[in-house]
Design a protein around this ligand. Sequence first.
Ligand SMILES: [Zn+2]
Ligand SMILES: [Zn+2]
Length: 231
Amino acid sequence: MLSSPVYECSSGHVTCARCYGESADNACSYCDVTGCTRSRAVEEFLYGISFSCRNQQYGCNAFLLHDQMRAHEQSCHHDPCFCPVPRCGFAGQTYELESHLATLHRWDVVKFRYGESFEVPVHKPAVFCCEDYGELFHIVSSREGYGTALSMICIRPDNACKEEFMYELKIPAGGRHRLQMQSTVWNTSLRYGIGEGSDVFLLVPDKLPGNESGSVVEVCINKAAASEASY
Ligand SMILES: [Zn+2]
Ligand SMILES: [Zn+2]
């Protein structure tokens, strides 16, 4: 089956249907000549070429026609997650990333279950692995003024099934006080790094009463009900 049409101008420049459609007067996107015509010959040539999967370097050997490849990449089992440690560059399956973080970076791996609270130190890097489904979570912490900003990410492949997670963080703050927040987990493969992170975070002041030494945060992660997940 052929994919979207391809257009050719009188000078021989080839334009895909989208770029052709985007120009105001259906002009060639290279030389602005108007009156491009559809080129079946170029279409057949282009869509007859097989491509390797974008995950070839991560172990996928699929070699398919353009259209088939697009469908394949939506469900390719080799779609990787990337290591959150800056400049590391490691990419692999979720379980490979988990053992990479544990062995190479000496991160703690904390097993947990959805809906059950667990405690982790704020300043020690750790990854949380769901005991039942194997999803990986991590608290991103960054400096914000006089405190540390905490937010949660789920490290999963770009083509993983749509899933929404909620998380809750609680930090005791001496006496009857505590800091607490609830938000949506940011799903990311970390292909482009952590970047700015999430806009929503829990700010833990450096001088939090009752929590000066070795802050501990209580974490609870939940799967959002299907109806709450945004598609
Ligand atoms: Zn693939
Ligand atoms: Zn790494």
